[in-house]
Design a protein around this ligand. Structure first.
Ligand code: ADP
Length: 462
């Protein structure tokens, strides 16, 4: 099949979240399975600073290659994309984001014809690309080149929808008739993600449980009714992990490599982590690791509330995170109060993340909601036992055989589960079995890519 992937961020060129990981890794897995695939993304300022080789295709298009031969096209526009941030800066979202992504979507569609790449499927990601579904069904429907193309729209986090003032609607270049309840209208505003959900052929999200949850009032963020209406074309496909990057057996950032054949070497990484974090070096004290955006979605509220009691337990907590000022302050206060128990790192630091995945005993991920989650999947591979709230992708990947799950979102349940995990960690044979089970789990991209391929084939036949 021929597939064009359109996304606003793609690893290794630009990243703010998990979307970039998916848009960078899925094309490689699809190529490996024998499909022809291209990727289209905006030509941000950071692209020119990336280490990859970039070539010029035309006046406003450059390109690079990932994998064996997956071409990534960058749509340039000095006004719209040559900026420091992807979607905003310290003052908030860019005020012309609607115009920027209208331009991106139309230019992406025109580019396909220019390079004569006629895809069976255009795979769209999030609100930034979702206008393409509407354009294909309306503006481009009468053009032969475009009339047979099918779309799949992946929702990475329904909390972000691309909502703009009604007055901007003419900038979309669509008929005003589409600004209604069955189109883009959302409480008298424009909702780009909603338009995408209405017009796309198939919808996916990044875990089966999250696909159900977004059809409820709690997690649908106002789109639950529409998603329920389209549930026949909605499914959940888990994200994969790039095991060429996240492999304790070859990881260059950790002091001692280990694998399922010699899991006991993990302990040297724990010792090193305790040392570099200025925590007492003691292999009998469970180390809990957290690597996360500091946001309420990630469970920072119940975590912050738990810290005084957590400090009374015989555990150590290593936190690596950046984000909301409020949580930075709360964590800072606790870390100063309990220096022997909490080691806090308020930054984005990839090498340190590797060391925490490898050196912790338990990985805490008490997210309030979690479309898929990558941290728990990575920690499994490193024999670090996830402790999670039962939601979204966490519910789909973690169970009593490979981790600890709590199902009421309260600080009491979080603490109770931490205590339980601490106790189990004292039982060597039980703990070793958990580590073995965790390290054996396979969440590779190959598994996920096969599911996308099945879906593309179904969409193509439609
Ligand atoms: P998100 O909702 O942020 O996309 P995921 O769990 O899907 O959450 O993915 C987060 C990814 O970012 C993981 O690979 C995690 O290791 C990494 N990460 C998060 N915060 C940091 C940080 N402060 N430093 C280094 N890596 C981080």
């Amino acid at each position: 099949m021929k597939i064009a992937m359109v996304a606003s961020e793609v690893v290794p060129f630009a990243k703010t979240g998990g979307l970039a990981d998916v848009a960078g890794a899925l094309p490689l897995a699809l190529e490996y399975c024998g499909h022809e695939i291209i990727v289209i993304m905006p030509g941000y300022k950071c692209i020119t600073e990336a280490k990859a080789k970039i070539t010029r295709v035309s006046k406003d298009i450059t390109a690079s290659v990932i994998g064996k031969n997956v071409k990534v096209f960058f749509i340039e526009n000095k006004n719209y994309f040559f900026r420091e941030g992807l979607y905003g800066d310290k003052n908030g979202d860019y005020t012309d984001n609607l115009e920027r992504f209208v331009f991106f979507c139309r230019r992406s569609l025109d580019l396909l014809k220019e390079i004569n790449f006629s895809p069976d499927i255009i795979h769209l990601h999030d609100w930034q690309a979702s206008l393409i579904a509407a354009y294909l069904k309306n503006l481009y429907a009468n053009q032969d080149f475009y009339s047979r193309i099918k779309t799949v729209l992946t929702l990475h986090n329904v909390g972000y929808q691309g909502v703009f003032a009604k007055e901007e609607f003419p900038k979309l270049g669509l008929d005003w008739g589409l600004f209604d309840i069955d189109g883009f209208e959302f409480y008298n505003k424009i909702n780009l993600l909603k338009g995408g959900i209405v017009f796309t052929d198939f919808i996916t999200t990044v875990s089966p449980t999250y696909a159900n949850e977004i059809q409820t009032r709690d997690l649908g963020f106002g789109l639950e009714g529409l998603l329920k209406l389209r549930k026949n074309v909605l499914s959940g496909i888990l994200n994969g992990v790039d095991y060429s990057v996240w492999d304790p057996n070859t990881d260059k950032f950790i002091v001692q490599n280990f694998s399922p054949a010699n899991p006991f070497d993990k302990v040297f990484n724990k010792e090193n982590l305790q040392k570099i974090c200025n925590l007492p070096v003691n292999k009998d004290i469970p180390v809990l690791g957290i690597i996360s955006r500091l946001a309420e979605q990630k469970g920072c509220d119940i975590l912050a509330d738990s810290l005084d009691e957590l400090a009374k337990l015989n555990v150590q907590l290593v936190i690596l995170g950046a984000g909301d000022l409020k949580y930075q302050e709360l964590l800072k206060t606790a870390a100063e109060k309990y220096p022997k128990c909490i080691s806090l790192h308020l930054k984005f630091d990839n090498p340190l993340a590797h060391k925490i995945y490898a050196g912790s005993d338990i990985f805490l991920m008490p997210s309030k909601y979690e479309p898929c989650g990558l941290g728990q999947l990575i920690s499994l591979r490193y024999g670090t036992i996830p402790l999670v709230f039962k939601t979204g992708g966490l519910a789909d990947t973690i169970n009593r055989n490979n981790g600890f799950v709590f199902s009421q979102y309260t600080k009491e349940e979080l603490l109770k589960t931490i205590k339980k995990a601490g106790q189990v960690s004292k039982n060597k044979s039980k703990w070793d079995q958990l580590i073995e089970n965790a390290m054996e789990c396979n969440f590779s991209w190959k598994v996920s890519a096969d599911k996308y391929i099945q879906l593309y084939a179904k969409a193509k036949k439609r």
